[in-house]
Each structure stands twice: as C-alpha cells, then as structure tokens.
Design a protein around this ligand. Structure first.
Ligand SMILES: Cc1ncc(COP(=O)(O)O)c(C=O)c1O
Length: 368
C-alpha cells in the first residue's frame, strides 16, 4: 500500500470547522438555534428571491455539510459504492488537486501521458511535483495511454503517483478493467494510481461490479459534471479506501461544495431515470456524429465518452479547422499539447448535429 507524506501521517491536522450538519450527526439530534458560526442567517435576500425564487434562497444561508452525506447516501444506494469509501468535493478537478496534496510532496515525480487531460499536469506542477509525460500508444484506430510505458516510467523515476484518465480525454479510449488492474499490479508498491473516471457514466458497463470496487492503492475520481449536467455547480467524488479518504479530508477545503450544489445534486440523483435517458441520448448522438464524420473519411477514434475524437492528417490542418471554426463562432477542442496537435474533439451535444454546424471541418475532410 502506498503511503502519505510525513506531515500527514499520524494525528492531525484536524479540520477546525466540520460544520453544524456534522455536529448534529455526532450528537444524534438537531440543533435548532444556530447562533455561533457568523453566517448571515437573517439576510432577507429580497433580490435573490426575486431572481431565483424562494427555494433557492433557502439553500444559501448556511455553510454546507462538509461530509456531503446526502450525496454519498444516494450514490451508495444507487451504485452500491460503500458509503465510507466516497469523498465528495468540488468536481473531479478539485479532487485531482486534493489527491496531489494528500499523497505527493514537493519534487516528487508523477507520471502521465503527454496530451491527456491537461489539468492533472497543471496542478501537479503547481504543487511542486516533477511531471514525467509519456507518448500515447498510437496506431491505426488506436490512440491510448500506454499502460506498460506508464508502469516502466513509474519504476524508473521512483514515481509517487501515476495519472490515468479512463475513459481518456481527448482520445475517448477505454482500457478494459483487467488492463487497469494489471497496471496497478505493475506499479511500484509505493506509487499511487490516480484513476480519473470523469466519463465513467458513459461506459456501456458503468453499472458492473468493477465500477463500485475500492481498489487498494488507487484513488478513483468521478464527476456530476458530465452525465448529470452539473458542471457549473462543481460536484464530484472520489472512491478510495477510508484510510486514504481520511488523509484527503485533512487537507480538504471543507466547504468547497456549496449547500446549493449539494441540494441540486441530491435532486438530480433522486431522478436516475432522467440521467439514464440523457446518457442513452448522448451515446446515440455520439455514434451518429462518429458515423457522419467517418463517412467523410475522417479518422474517428472509438469513444466511450460523451465526445468524439478524430485525427486529422496534420497538426497544421487541425489548427486551421479549429481556428476557422472559432472565427465562425463554433468552439471545438484541440489539445494544447503538440503531441496531439492533429487531434480534434467534438462534444456530442445536439447542436453538433445541426446540418451545417461542422461545415468547415467537413469540407476540410472532403478535400483531404
Ligand atoms: C478527464 C477529465 N477529468 C476531469 C474533468 C473535470 O471534471 P469536473 O468538472 O468534475 O472538475 C474533466 C472535464 O472535462 C475531464 O475530461
């Protein structure tokens, strides 16, 4: 089992403000008179009520539940993930930063793939880590993080952590469960695996037992930004063993997920049929988009996500298409890392399927 930096071993630091919801649970009863935490509890909120309605105002007065029990209970009930193996934070991005703070130290090496979800390397550098980035495994019909190379580099550099997005962004690639478990096996025992599963809900087998497993030495990350459509409210969760989550809790910004965000997440989680219908619709759109681009001769990558990745014959052409589309008010994604300069990524929203919307790209594909 990988360990934690010295300053986080043993007792403390202890969160000085777990908040009234946590205190109520510890005491086993409600505290009706909240006179101690300096919130603006009697603000009339006329403007806010007029703009958003009374229901919104009801959620904004108090500091939130630092343990987000309502969200965790729903996820535990629906997905079978153990309640004490989940930690809720302000999106998968926040959880990446939190995981780095909890398990890595300055000048330690972390390993990732050049061109994958760039926030990881950005946060790791900001945290003082040394980032080793390896090329994608690239071939016909294949653009995938190279698991064997990641494991080799982890040994070579005595890395503290390896980052893998699975499904991956921007390739859309999905490594199967056995390969991810084999990667964990192949890593040094002292090295963590940060498994970013932001697109997990779009997997055809999202409900399978693997999805709810707590994997030793692995911190899994999920988000409500994608399948649940709550990117603006910032809600995500980590799945890891309780000991690891306890250390993450030591360095967590305890009210990072607002009361309003928690309440909204609970409402959406209480309507799993709506989420499931949305996911099914997104998959259908993704497959239609991939088929249409494929018919025009595009090198469309297989995707287990809510987007389609495609490779253009050159980085220059991808840059031009991206630039001209932006000038026409249409933003698609092109990875900033030169290693993937030839890749474009299009989200499978219905707007992408409106005839003519991708005309600039389509003409570039037809011309070759
Ligand atoms: C791989 C990956 N991880 C994390 C995130 C960020 O998710 P969140 O909105 O939960 O911070 C994204 C969003 O695009 C992503 O693609």
């Amino acid at each position: 089992m990988p360990t934690f930096p010295n300053h986080l071993r043993g007792e403390g630091p202890t969160n000085p403000f777990p908040g009234v919801r946590v205190l109520e649970r510890r005491l086993g009863r409600e505290i009706p008179h909240q006179l101690g935490s300096n919130e603006g509890l009697d603000m009339p909120h006329r403007a806010l009520r007029e703009h958003f309605g009374d229901a919104m105002a009801a959620h904004v007065y108090s500091y939130g539940d630092a343990e987000a029990l309502g969200i965790r209970r729903r996820l535990a009930d629906q997905q079978g993930i153990p309640l004490d193996a989940m930690l809720v934070d302000a999106g998968a991005d926040s959880l990446i930063a939190l995981a780095l703070r909890a398990v890595t130290g300055r000048d330690e090496v972390v390993v990732s793939t050049a061109g994958t979800y760039p926030t990881f390397a950005y946060f790791a550098r900001g945290h003082g880590c040394r980032v080793e980035e390896l090329p994608y495994d690239e071939g016909p019909g294949r653009l995938a993080p190279d698991l064997e190379a990641l494991a080799r580099a982890a040994h070579e550099h005595e890395a503290r952590l390896v980052y893998l997005a699975n499904p991956d962004n921007p390739s859309g690639n999905l490594h199967d469960d056995a390969d991810v478990l084999a990667l964990r096996e192949a890593l040094p025992e002292t090295c963590w695996l940060l498994l970013d599963e932001a697109y997990h809900d779009f997997r055809e087998d999202a409900d399978a037992a693997y999805g709810r497993r707590v994997l030793p030495g692995v911190i899994r990350l999920r988000t409500l930004s994608k399948a649940h459509g709550l990117a603006g409210l910032r809600v995500g969760y980590a799945i890891a063993d309780p000991e690891t989550l306890a250390v993450m809790m030591k360095v967590r910004i305890h009210y990072a997920v607002s009361t309003l965000s928690q309440a909204a997440a609970e409402v959406v989680l209480d309507h799993p049929d709506e989420v499931a219908a949305h996911v099914a619709e997104v998959r259908r759109r993704r497959d239609r988009l991939a088929a249409r681009l494929g018919e025009l001769g595009a090198d469309v990558l297989p995707s287990a996500t809510n987007f389609v990745g495609l490779r253009l014959p050159s980085a220059e052409l991808a840059e031009r298409v991206h630039r001209e589309m932006l000038a026409a008010g249409k933003l698609i994604a092109r990875p900033a890392d030169p290693a993937l300069g030839h890749v474009l990524r299009i989200t499978a929203v219905s707007d992408a399927l409106v005839p003519g919307r991708l005309e600039i790209l389509e003409q570039a594909l037809v011309r070759g």
